[in-house]
Design a protein around this ligand. Sequence first.
Ligand SMILES: C[S@@+](CC[C@H](N)C(=O)[O-])C[C@H]1O[C@@H](n2cnc3c(N)ncnc32)[C@H](O)[C@@H]1O
Length: 301
Amino acid sequence: MPHFRRVPSAPAAGPGRAAGEPSAVRAGQTGRVLPPIQVADAGDPRLADYVRLTDVHLRRSLEAAHGLFVAEGEKVIRRAIAAGYPMRSLLVTQDKVAGQADLIAGCPGPVYVIRPATAEALTGYRVHRGTLASMRRLPLPDVAGLLDSARRIVVLEDIVDHENVGAIFRCAAALGFDAVLLAPRCADPLYRRAVKVSMGAVFSVPYARLADWHGGLAGLRRAGFVVLALTPAADALPIEQAPAGGKLALLLGTEGDGLSARWLAAADERVRIPMSAGVDSLNVASAAAIACYLLGRGGLR
Ligand SMILES: C[S@@+](CC[C@H](N)C(=O)[O-])C[C@H]1O[C@@H](n2cnc3c(N)ncnc32)[C@H](O)[C@@H]1O
């Protein structure tokens, strides 16, 4: 189902359309009335949604204030649209306009066309894929509803690295997990790097955020989940012996210190992926991949 409003077809040529304008005519043929807007200056306020995309602090406040996020690359943008996220605007570098006619035509908001060097000055990095979309956030489901409808979930406690968050969503999507639950301080799955690394899995795997870290795991129990805390600790149960039937919640801890003592103690079982001697832990996304594979759809039953 298309999630954008298609505007009626425009005539193929008309007043106000510059000769040789890169995509206005094509866009008109597929339904768009407004031609793309050429912007030369990285400081142009119309590009504010795309400013300093590598600055996590700025992005956090800007995206929260305006209820937006940025999706990068044609495939990921299409997945966001398919998942029902409305597009606010599109930004395309001049060299990529020709290949993006239908994405441009389907954008209900402004489409900005800029030079690659201007895109780099604006965003703070070289925009290889040449297409960025500013998308509107949707309200998150409530925790109780999410827990009701899921059988296998991953729970992330304060994971701060966006790429890890994105990679874990990708594992969950690929390996038979139904949902992700985030502790209050866990990094935002809709931050650009998380979206990109997840390859859009952040749009397809439902997620919710706990309001209460302290008592957060009690709700899992009430909803009938067996809670397994993943930890490299030597005295934890080897994952091959973990209970894997029924409703299962896998807890994953932060990159530095791992799971908090509170969450470790609140779990039904502490579970480890056995490692070679001398290695103290796996990267959290690697641990998630192994655990989701063993305990998910194709797992240890
Ligand atoms: C980099 S590790 C944290 C290491 C930390 N020193 C600790 O003791 O947990 C981040 C998370 O990945 C998961 N993890 C890493 N290695 C693991 C292993 N061998 N078995 C189970 N989980 C593991 C755990 O959830 C952990 O909290």
